[in-house]
Design a protein around this ligand. Structure first.
Ligand code: FAD
Length: 391
């Protein structure tokens, strides 16, 4: 039997192979040793700790499920466990990683030509090059499928991009940003690899966030941004192809929610065992235990649901509604767990150094990104009723 871990009540780790378990522990140790000591400081000053990238690269966890290109080729279950382990300590680092390895590398893996994959994926797998993913716009968030304002226009062997993108994680420093734009001629969505330093591309950091402060989100402005045809994602013909990337990464976000809840629960459990009031540890009081039990129930439900979700992915059976259901359920339950974790810590629950306040704030971003609760609910609602209620 493996050593018990507080937030793994049903011993889900027993379902991993010894090799997978070893990788899980390697990632956990990295997060505990390298990230935990600096997480609050960087979150507080809203800066990214670039020094961690070489050490993170040594874990060899980028593009885990992609076949070839120097990527390790592991299961989606393992990818989910890693997303959880990263978020369990720092949701910002998990988001930085998810944008790079899931959204950016995933777009190239799913929508790129063989030549484009060979050019980018091996270097991105080693984190020598970092990626970003630009879909959302200032005026279009939930309605991106049919309403992108950013346009592309073919001129000879080049494309000309105009428009803005909002919230784009990593984009202030990324070596490549995937930009999705609507073709003026066909009205279909196309994807582009926009290289760092393109003169028509400007990325400004979004300031004053109350969640995921370590993540560098940008407002991107493209003004006659010229891209060669060779940097257009060759296998993207419409938004349906973009949606394939989102289906895959949405499952990862559900796992991030598990990690966020787990980090908060474990910190709160530890605290309630140590903190004494009325002469006894507060964990010994029935009402506090009730909070802890509700937290671990939610956490266990989320974990088991996500495990099955990733198994479906490994079996090639994942649908949009599977991923959306997990994202909705986990992002709602996480909000409950982090709020109860904060509650049992009293006043200290709002101080960063007690390691729960950051999760409370970051749960709000998980709740909204990669499709809000409403949008993912509508995807599930459409699947179970046969009626689309989007408009
Ligand atoms: P809106 O679409 O304006 O929605 C506002 C509210 O209206 C929501 O509650 C929504 O559910 C509701 N609503 C909208 N339509 C309907 C409807 N038909 N029925 C019922 N309710 C509806 N995007 C990227 O492309 N790349 C990134 O790297 C990225 N990173 C992000 C990081 C953070 C921290 C955040 C906050 C966002 C990020 N996003 C990114 C954008 C994110 O995906 C969007 O914020 C999200 O899709 C919601 O869009 P919106 O914020 O424009 O909200």
């Amino acid at each position: 039997k493996l050593p018990p871990i507080d937030g793994d009540f049903y011993d889900m780790a027993l379902k991993l192979t010894p090799k997978q378990r070893e990788l899980q522990i390697k990632v956990r140790n990295f997060m505990e040793d390298e990230i935990k000591p600096i997480a609050n400081e960087y979150w507080n000053k809203a800066e990214f700790p670039f020094q961690i990238i070489p050490k993170m690269a040594e874990l060899n966890i980028c593009g885990l499920t992609y076949d070839g290109y120097g990527t390790p080729y592991e299961t989606y279950v393992m990818e989910g466990i890693i997303a959880m382990e990263l978020a369990r300590v720092d949701v910002s680092i998990s988001t930085f990683f998810g944008v790079h390895s899931g959204l950016a590398m995933g777009s190239i893996y799913i929508c790129g030509s063989e030549e484009q994959k060979q050019e980018w994926l091996p270097k991105m797998a080693k984190m020598e090059l970092i990626g970003a993913f630009g879909l959302t716009e200032p005026e279009v968030g939930s309605a991106v499928a049919g309403g992108l304002g950013t346009t592309c226009r073919k001129e000879g062997d080049e494309w000309v991009l105009n428009g803005q993108k909002k919230w784009i994680g990593n984009a202030t420093f990324a070596d490549v940003t995937i930009i999705w734009a609507r073709d003026e001629a066909s009205d279909q969505v196309k994807g582009f690899l926009v290289r760092k330093g393109n003169p028509g591309f400007k990325a400004e950091k979004i300031e004053n966030k109350m969640a995921l402060r370590t993540v560098q989100n940008a407002l991107i402005t493209m003004t006659d941004c010229r891209i060669p045809e060779s940097d257009r994602l060759q296998k993207c013909d419409s938004f349906k192809d973009t949606a394939k990337v989102l289906r895959m990464t949405r499952a990862g976000v559900a796992w991030q929610a598990v990690g966020c809840a787990r980090g908060a629960y474990e910190a709160a459990l530890k605290y309630t065992k140590k903190r004494e009031q009325f002469g006894k540890p507060i964990a010994s009081y029935q009402l506090v235990q009730n909070h802890l039990v509700e937290m671990v129930s939610n956490l266990t439900a989320m974990q088991t649901l996500c495990f099955r979700l990733s198994e479906l992915q490994d079996e090639g059976l994942l649908t949009d509604e599977h991923a959306s259901l997990a994202k909705v359920f986990c992002s709602m339950r996480t909000r409950d767990v982090v709020s109860q974790a904060r509650e049992v810590m009293g006043g200290n629950g709002i101080l960063l150094e007690y390691d729960v306040a950051r999760f409370v704030a970051d749960a709000e971003a998980i709740y909204s990104y990669e499709g809000t609760k409403e949008i993912n609910s509508l995807i599930v609602g459409r699947a179970i009723t046969g009626y689309s209620a989007f408009v």
